[in-house]
Design a protein around this ligand. Structure first.
Ligand SMILES: [Mg+2]
Length: 273
């Protein structure tokens, strides 16, 4: 039998074929790759099956991520990522086909929406019937003002991800969830969040890869996004302690992962036996 940090039976991990990995706090911290990440990833490809990176961060496109992880020595192509921006494209196409979207997000997110054929505006526009808020690392007071103008109209309101903060080298910066709180204070409106913990990203990935929920496992460091998304999608979860969640958070919180490991290196060690 193999076990997690607390000796809980983890034999089911040996038959997993799809590893859905969070990135920040799980395989690296901003630009510093964690010890054991490369071993863990090559083990998955050699013995288990496939890995795919799931990220709530909508400020970068998949191409940006391929560049970023390739620079760390991680083997990955565009098909190995799924971002909340991609899930937003899917959701908009399903729920609001043909509608014009006002987007407060990075140029990268706007381009991703446009490439998929969605009509996007970034200035107040009467033809827009949906507002999409992303993690906007290029935000300006003018963009905030424009978004408040749009939210005062009769529009649907979506946001890519509910994360309150994004980890950076010196600590944290406000993420999409915090920006949505700022906008709520001004407009009274709360968005529907597309990324984790909603199961939309996981459902999309399972459908595209053809794996069943039982074949997959989520590995992440946040209880209220990564682990909750796994629960909502009916997929087993591993919480690693290399990022946000602490042992105490898991103990006292309501969202419990299937397994707990210190970091991806410990998962690799256990699966190596
Ligand atoms: Mg994370």
């Amino acid at each position: 039998m193999i076990g997690d940090k607390y000796g809980k039976n983890a034999d089911a991990l040996l038959s997993k074929k799809l590893f859905l990995l969070d990135m920040d706090g799980t395989i690296y911290n901003e630009n510093r790759i964690f010890d054991g990440t490369l071993d863990f990833l090559s083990q998955i490809r050699a013995r288990m099956g496939r890995y795919l990176f799931l990220t709530n961060n909508s400020s970068k496109s998949v191409e940006d991520y391929v560049k970023k992880v390739s620079a760390m020595g991680i083997p990955a192509g565009t098909a190995d990522f799924y971002t909340s921006g991609q899930a937003a494209v899917f959701y908009l196409q399903q729920q609001y086909p043909g509608e014009t979207v006002y987007c407060m997000g990075t140029r990268s997110l706007v381009n991703e929406l446009r490439r998929s054929g969605i009509r996007v505006v970034t200035e107040p526009d009467d033809s827009a019937s949906v507002v999409l808020l992303g993690f906007d690392t290029e935000v300006t007071s003018e963009k905030i003002r424009n978004t408040c103008i749009m939210l005062g109209r009769d529009v649907a309101y979506l946001a890519t991800n509910p994360d309150l903060v994004c980890p950076v080298s010196f600590g944290y910066i406000p993420d999409c969830g915090s920006m949505s709180i700022m906008l709520k204070n001004a407009t009274g409106r709360t968005p529907f969040f597309i990324g984790k913990p909603e199961p939309i990203m996981i459902d999309c990935v399972l459908r595209e890869t053809g794996f069943a929920p039982a074949d997959a496992v989520i590995v992440g460091d946040r209880l209220y996004t990564d682990i909750a998304a796994g629960k909502n999608a009916g997929v087993d979860t591993i919480c690693v302690l290399s990022g946000e969640a602490s042992e105490q958070d898991i103990e006292t919180g309501e969202i419990k992962p299937t397994w707990i490991f210190d970091d991806v290196k410990s998962i690799w060690k256990v699966l190596s036996i």
